[in-house]
Design a protein around this ligand. Sequence first.
Ligand SMILES: Nc1nc2c(c(=O)[nH]1)N[C@H]1C(S)=C(S)[C@@H](COP(=O)(O)O)O[C@H]1N2
Ligand SMILES: [Mo]
Length: 384
Amino acid sequence: MKPDHSPRQTRRDFLRASSAIAFPALLSNELLAADDPTLIVRQKTPVNLEFPFASLDSFITPNDEFFVRTRFPIPKLKAEGWRLRVEGAVKQPLTLSLDEIRRLSAQTITATLECAGNSRAFLDRKRGVPWQYGAVSNATWTGVLLSTILEKAGLREKAVEIVFEGADEGEISSEPELGKVAYARSLPVAKAKQANVLLAYRMNNKELPVSHGFPLRAIVSGWYGMASVKWLKRIIVSEQPFGGYYQTFSYTFFEKKGGLVTVKPITEQLVKSLIARPHPGEKLAANVNYRIHGAAWTGDAEIARVEVSMDGGKSWQAARLTGKSARFCWRLWELPWRTPKKANKLTLMCRATDSNGQSQPMRRDPARRNYLVNHVLPVEVVIG
Ligand SMILES: Nc1nc2c(c(=O)[nH]1)N[C@H]1C(S)=C(S)[C@@H](COP(=O)(O)O)O[C@H]1N2
Ligand SMILES: [Mo]
C-alpha cells in the first residue's frame, strides 16, 4: 500500500509529462482516461470543475485537482489593497489587511469539502450543475481561526449568527429584477466559535489559489462546501438569523414534521462513500485480482466501516479502511477482489457507516430536492 502524503505516483507524473507525446501501447485508452488527473469541466461559465474521482490515489487532493465551484465570475483580488471588514453586533469593528491576518497565530487543519449537489447527475431531477462523483476533495488549510477574529472584535450579547460575504456577485437568472447579489452564507455563533472553522490563506502549503478564494476564504469543517465562503470581503455579526438567497432559498431542503413542511438550510455533511475504481461502465478482465477502492466521509464523526456489495445490494463484505484517519476528512478504503470467471455484468455498491451509527440510505428522499445525494449508488461493470 502506498502511504499517505507520498509524492505523486510515478505513473501520474508520467501522464502529466507525456500529455504531449503518444501514449505507449501497453496502456489501454480506457485506463488512461480513468487515471487522468485533469479536472473535468461540468460548466464553463461560470466555471465548475470536477475532481476526476476515478484517479483518486492519495489522502490529499493536489491544488490543481481540487474541484472548483463558482456561481459568478471569479473576482481577481489583489492582496495589496484588499481588506477584511468585521462589523455588525461587535464591540470593535475591524478592518484587517492580509499581512495583519497573517501575523495572527496560524492554525492548520485538514478538511474534506463536498458540494451539497455532488452526485446529482444520477438523480431523475435534472437541475443544477450535473456533478457526478468528484465535487469532493480533501486539502490542508492554513489560516487564522474565525474565533480569534471574533474575540478581537468582541461579540455583543445579542449576536446569533456570523455572515460571510464574498467579493463575487452577479444576477440570479430566475430573479433578474433583483440586480446583483453577492454570495453570502451564515453560521450560528456556536459553530463559528469552534476550533474547526478557519479563515484560510494557504492551501496544501501553497498560497491559496485564485479559484479557491484568494486571498482569504472560510473553511467550515464538517459542513457542506457552500458554507466555506471564498474571496471573503466582509464578516457581519448578526442579531437575527440570516435570510440570504444562498441561505434560505438555494442550498435548502424540506423537512416534514408534525404535518408541516418547513424549509431548512443545508449544514452538516451526511455520511457518504463512493467507489473510485472500478468506475461506472469499466470493463474488467475475468478471473483476475482487482482492487476495488474509494473514499468515505461524514460530518463531525469518524468513518466506522465501509461495506461493498457485488450483487446489487443482496450481500455485503467489509472493506479495509486504509491510510490516515482524521476527523472532518475522508477515509480511503479498499477491498481486494477476484473478478468472476464468467463474462457477466455486475452491479457494485458501497455503503459507509459512521461512529454516530449513521449509515447511507438505500433510497433517495425527494424532500432533499437536488442536494444531499448520499443514498447508495450502483456502479455497473462488465466482466470479460
Ligand atoms: N464566494 C463564494 N464562495 C463559495 C462559493 C461561491 O460561489 N462563491 N461556492 C461555494 C460552494 S457551493 C462550494 S461547494 C465551495 C467549493 O469550494 P472550492 O471551489 O474551493 O472547491 O465553495 C463555496 N464558497
Ligand atoms: Mo456547493
